[in-house]
Design a protein around this ligand. Sequence first.
Ligand SMILES: [Zn+2]
Length: 264
Amino acid sequence: MTCQEIRELIHAYLDGEIDLVRSLEIERHLPDCQVCASVVQNLQTLRSAITRDSLYHRAPPDLRQRVQAVVRQSNRAESKPRFASLWFASGRWLGVGISAAAVAVLLLALIPAWLRSSADEPIAKEAISAHVRSLMADHLTDVASSDRHTVKPWFNGRLDFSPPVTDLTERGFPLIGGRLDYLDNRPVAALVYRRQQHFINLFIWPSAQPSSKAAVNPVTQQGFHLFRWTAIEMHFLAVSDLNERELKEFVGLIHDQLTPTATP
Ligand SMILES: [Zn+2]
């Protein structure tokens, strides 16, 4: 099984929904593949965070009554009850201890993330693929150096722009090197940084927009975090399996180095 096939089955695998043979294949793959293993680990961490008791609150009785009233009403209005109504009406959602408030909180929490990720989806998917490929294919860097005065000139003549190269060793994100990659239908610079055992790919390519936009939207997909922003007429996209907080710190440091006077 390839990493790609495993990645497609991972949710079903964690839900115990795939057959024994494939499940064993995945379990044989994980100890040998750091990338897939970290995807599984990230998903497990996310799952345990979501199911923590502290996120569950009992709905106040009047909210419960209002929800039930709405459900009854819509059941009457529709001759063919939809799945959601059936689910609510069956009472199973009460049985498993998910209160209406928790459902509402979850929906509120999930919808904006989903909207954000769908807006950025094609480029996010490409960036994750490029990131995973760089780790799997033993092709993390074309120029392996922690010296930005070595890495930056390496791109000369290989790209039609000069990417800014920042060293963040003193801030806990050592530069590992750089490589050419392909994203958004064009060759891009990929700078590689490390945080403990996690690698960060920072993709840089020119932007058509002259404006410097400090907006940084995090996207989480397949256990990877992505931040994308525009500054000094360039697109920046950072992707890693590093936790979102530390990746955000990295993005903040890069952004500060590029535009020291800007207030994000
Ligand atoms: Zn793999």
